[in-house]
Design a protein around this ligand. Structure first.
Ligand code: CO8
Length: 292
């Protein structure tokens, strides 16, 4: 039998994605998210959700319960017709997430990891159709870096630290690090980070193309919310189709990806938003998206 070690931190939060058991939830959901003061008045902030990992006492380490709560919360928001974009952040100022929960992971065996299907939660996170933006303050290490990279964009604080230090624990990245980091920053640089466990700061991560932008630490969540608001103000069917097409670039050959993109593009011409967007342009007025 696998050893398991679920901790049971109390956490003042609720989540629409939570199951119905009485276990304290390890993520909180604010939907709509509080609008940043800096947000331009026309942004559709009511379509933005803020999901917060709630284990600051353990630097938001990703135990299996937290990952389950996160997947449920994101899936609920993905099904909610009003939600248009999601920001994920970590509670507190020190970490987005410092990786898998090491004491919990230490109890696993190869058989338990295979048989219990715990890592399938990562497939559920990757299957979310809404745009996901990671707002990273402090540490994003191991599974925390992998979670940030599972998101579609990363807004990083100036104090953010990224890395895949698993090698120092006798293992290697297991939730996408070898694949997504390599695609994001290239083989040579990913290889160095993964084989040495070296971390990189926000400036380096930006220079290498891992993060979308770097902002002052206290402005991180607001900057991510504002970016989400800009996306939420776009036509939602086209946003989902475009996200899927960009992700497809990592999955397919160029010719297959081009064919798939063309099909998605053609498909958008069956939407009211395509008619509205092009009509609004010719009428020199802002478009009004119906989401149909
Ligand atoms: N798991 C569990 N607890 C953690 C973790 C973690 N990954 N990281 C930090 N904590 C806890 C510490 O134990 C400590 O708790 P306590 O106060 O009860 O002792 C508290 O958070 C604060 O941490 P520190 O005192 O260590 O803070 P420091 O500022 O001294 O150091 C560091 C911060 C450098 C981030 C340090 O905590 C550290 O090195 N953490 C581990 C980082 C790491 O190795 N991450 C990779 C983990 S393996 C992994 O992610 C594999 C991914 C596989 C897929 C995911 C499956 C779920």
């Amino acid at each position: 039998m696998p050893k398991t070690a679920h901790s049971n931190d109390s956490m003042p939060t609720s989540s629409p994605g939570a199951g119905d058991d009485s276990r304290p939830r390890r993520v909180s959901v604010a939907f709509p998210a509080p609008a940043p003061k800096s947000a331009a008045p026309l942004l559709r902030m009511d379509g933005v959700a803020l999901v917060t990992l709630q284990r600051p006492e353990a630097l938001n380490a990703l135990d299996f319960a937290l990952l389950d709560d996160l997947a449920l919360a994101l899936e609920d928001l993905d099904k909610d017709g009003q939600c248009r974009a999601i920001v994920i952040t970590g509670a507190g100022t020190r970490a987005f997430a410092a990786g898998a929960d090491i004491p919990e992971l230490a109890t696993q065996t190869s058989a338990s990891l295979r048989d219990e299907g715990r890592f399938e939660t990562w497939d559920r996170l990757a299957a979310v159709g809404l745009p996901l933006i990671a707002a990273v303050r402090g540490f994003a290490l191991g599974g925390g870096c992998e979670l940030a990279m599972t998101c579609d964009m990363i807004v990083a604080a100036e104090d953010a630290t990224f890395g895949q230090p698993e090698i120092r624990l006798g293992v290697m990245p297991g939730a996408g690090g070898t694949q997504r980091l390599t695609r994001a920053i290239g083989k040579a640089r990913a290889m160095e980070l993964i084989l040495t466990g070296r971390t990189m700061n926000a400036a380096e991560a930006f220079a290498l193309g891992l993060v979308t932008r770097v902002v002052p630490a206290e402005a991180t969540v607001d900057a991510a919310l504002e970016l989400a608001g800009r996306i939420a103000s776009m036509p939602p069917i086209a946003v989902r189709a475009a996200k899927a097409a960009v992700l497809d670039a990592d999955e397919r050959s160029l010719s297959a990806g081009l064919a798939s993109e063309r099909e998605a593009f053609f498909g958008l011409f069956d939407t009211d938003d395509q008619s509205e967007g092009m009509l609004a342009f010719t009428e020199k007025r802002p478009p009004v998206w119906s989401g149909h």
